[in-house]
Design a protein around this ligand. Sequence first.
Ligand SMILES: *Cc1c(COP(=O)(O)O)cnc(C)c1O
Length: 392
Amino acid sequence: MKMRRFEEELLSLLRKTLGEAREPLQLHEPEFNEADVELVTDCVRSGWVSSVGKYVDQFERDLEKITGARRAVAVCNGTAALHVCLKVAGVEPDDEVLVPSLTFVATANAIRYQFAIPHFVDVETATLGVDPDKLRKYLEAATEIKNNQLFNIKTGRKIKALIVMHAFGHPCRMEKLVEVAQDFKLELIEDAAESLGSYYKNKHTGTFARLAALSFNGNKIVTTGGGGAVLISDEDLGKHVKHLTTTAKLSHPWAFNHDEVGYNYRLPNLNAALGCAQLRKLGSFVEDKRKLANRYLKNSQDYSLLKFCAEPADSKSNYWLNTVLIESMTQEDQPQLFEHCHKAGYITRPAWTPLHRLKMYSSFPKMDLTNTEWLAARLVNLPSSAKLVRDI
Ligand SMILES: *Cc1c(COP(=O)(O)O)cnc(C)c1O
């Protein structure tokens, strides 16, 4: 396999930034120390490992402090968090929900859990998130507002909500997106699964909308093994989210009474204990990841075919996954590029297959997705673990 120029440049950037890979360097590895072991052990010793316990409460209060959200409710994973956001936003069967095609599949799956219809929208190359200007133009042409609700002219269906996603930790242009949501009567939901520790104009991602979802899966910036959280901007709605995700049980010393169909989406105390220990290290993880990103950015300037995806204007990114854009490559170049990188010990991967191309999502409504298609063929995620910066 003869290497093409952009492959040589990418391998050279990886070697220069990370050194020779003596073992495969993963995209993102979780990191634990004695503090994690201590809190998890304490949780096991206490006997309270399941659905009640002090760590769940502590984890929620810590998340509120870090993000500035009015209320955080811990749940069993990020997908469940998204589902709950849609449920309490009032998304009903056959409603349409605007969602980027360039996201992890869970964002759209959560829409289908409500039997609603994903309606795919395009992203912009500068932020990798939903393009507010292009979306506004599209909605002006393709929708109408009747009785204070937005309708898709072509399908006749109500468009209830807009989900935006902060890709790889880079914040979307939230001010503009909030305006679009307001002008078109859309409930805005942030999928902030990848952006804990990222800020837009000094405000934490996930606090611009009334509802947002976080994930603490093993590959995210901090992990609870599996876990997630809903961020809520108002107290009463926050109480409802807690109730709904904990089987909707009415508090009582012995009677089992429930006042709606609730979900068992609780985060076990055991996982929350790990989360509490992990959150104490979030600041240093972000700092190290930003150092690594700066190193990639600086080194990338020596290569004419590689464009490092730096944090967008007005924002501070957690650089969850470092990313380069290779303009001269195409979809067909992917297999060879990833094989070369993996053989050399650098685990890299493309962005997600755009969701509108997946079989189960191919027949849903969509706007022009030129940027999505273009980026999906050309984005490459690079090894991004915080500890890499300490190992060099
Ligand atoms: C990880 C992730 C999720 C889902 O989180 P889980 O905890 O794995 O269910 C949702 N959306 C995005 C963008 C993610 O990266």
